[in-house]
Design a protein around this ligand. Structure first.
Ligand code: ZN
Length: 159
């Protein structure tokens, strides 16, 4: 019966984690808050971390390094685009380093981006995920494991 406490597909996992860059900078952490909850095996967390959690037990800790290919992908040079100033609202103050949401006028889809350079007539915008190209160093601890309810499985998320 000990398998009940092990991470497996369709289990709701509560995970404490700290994410650190290769430079040692803490990028994200659940410490001091609630653990992350997700259903294992449904791609709700990045694949390189999810696969390392199988068979871990409640209370168990692990260090996992996820390469870009299994994290947020490699940086794509063609995702850095130069847009005309008038692609932005007139009253918007555009600054380097600013996070913006850009809507594709054809599809209506909204993209997250970061402004990386501002020139007189043009603005350079980086549509890469901020963690693209980075190794993701996780310290994880399994805080809880339980079977997902039928309702959770049909909704596709933990309650
Ligand atoms: Zn629901």
């Amino acid at each position: 019966m000990s398998d009940e406490n092990k991470v497996a597909d369709d289990k709701v996992v509560s995970l404490h984690y700290t994410l650190t860059s290769d430079e040692g900078e803490v990028l994200d952490s659940s410490q001091g808050g609630d653990p992350l909850q997700f259903i294992q095996g449904q791609g709700q967390i990045i694949p390189g971390l999810e696969k390392e959690l199988y068979d871990m037990e409640v209370g168990e800790e692990k260090q996992v390094t996820v390469p870009p290919a299994e994290g947020y992908g490699e940086r794509q040079p063609d995702q850095v685009q130069t847009l005309p100033q008038d692609a932005f609202p007139n009253d918007m103050e555009i600054e380097e380093g600013m996070a913006v949401q850009m809507r594709d006028s054809n599809t209506g889809q909204v993209y997250q981006a970061v402004i990386t350079d501002v020139a007189t007539e043009s603005v350079q915008v980086d549509f890469n995920h901020p963690l693209a190209g980075e190794n993701l160093n996780f310290d994880v601890k399994i805080a809880g494991v339980r079977a997902a309810t039928d309702e959770e499985l049909s909704h596709g998320h933990a309650h």
